[in-house]
Write a protein that binds this ligand. Structure first.
Ligand code: HEM
Length: 154
């Protein structure tokens, strides 16, 4: 018997928690953290409501998000290349953040959409023939992944 049946992502309040946990891990990540902290100087208080709108619109069509999500990544890439390994890490943290809190069709859609957008961003930035194999992308699971995933079984 399942003692802990994690619920599906049901709306904005759930997204708030997922995104807060995801960005805490992403900022602290040695591979992708510096894009936020050093290059973009991201203010999480400003970023979180926008990114929550983005995901609320993507999953439930209830929020209004009309910003250009590609532009900040193109600007970053122009200063420091966003590699396949960087996107691989983003996906790894995204999956872990969701798996740690939720189970269900919306959770699955959120993971698939994140992966799809990561691939699309990578292709647009690197060009269609670009290799998906990051130079050191294999075989390393950052501890933040374990931490993000452990919540549901705690
Ligand atoms: C290695 C991968 C990635 C890095 C390093 C990265 C980094 C960033 C940074 C630094 C910003 C600007 C935040 C600010 O305003 O200061 C940003 C914005 C954003 N990112 Fe990413 N990102 C990555 C992948 C993704 C993926 C896969 C998605 C797909 C969901 C995504 C969705 C967004 C959105 C929606 C915005 C907000 C754009 C806006 O409305 O201003 N990012 N990202």
């Amino acid at each position: 018997m399942d003692y802990f049946a994690a619920a599906d992502i049901s709306g904005r309040a759930d997204l708030d928690v997922v995104l807060c946990r995801f960005y805490t891990a992403a900022f602290a990540d040695r591979r992708i953290g510096p894009f936020f902290t050093e290059l973009a100087g991201t203010d999480l208080d400003a970023h979180l409501p926008r990114i929550t709108d983005f995901w609320e619109r993507a999953l439930f069509r209830t929020a209004d998000y009309r910003r250009d999500a590609f532009a900040p990544h193109a600007a970053l890439h122009a200063v420091r290349e966003l590699t396949a390994a960087d996107f691989g890490r983003w996906v790894q943290l995204w999956r872990a953040a969701i798996d740690g809190l939720h189970r269900g069709p919306n959770a699955e859609r959120a993971k698939v959409q994140g992966e799809r957008i990561a691939l699309t961003l990578h292709q647009r930035l690197a060009g269609p023939g670009a290799s998906l194999q990051g130079e050191d992308a294999a075989g390393f699971v950052p501890l933040a992944v374990l931490e993000l995933r452990l919540v549901a079984v705690a």
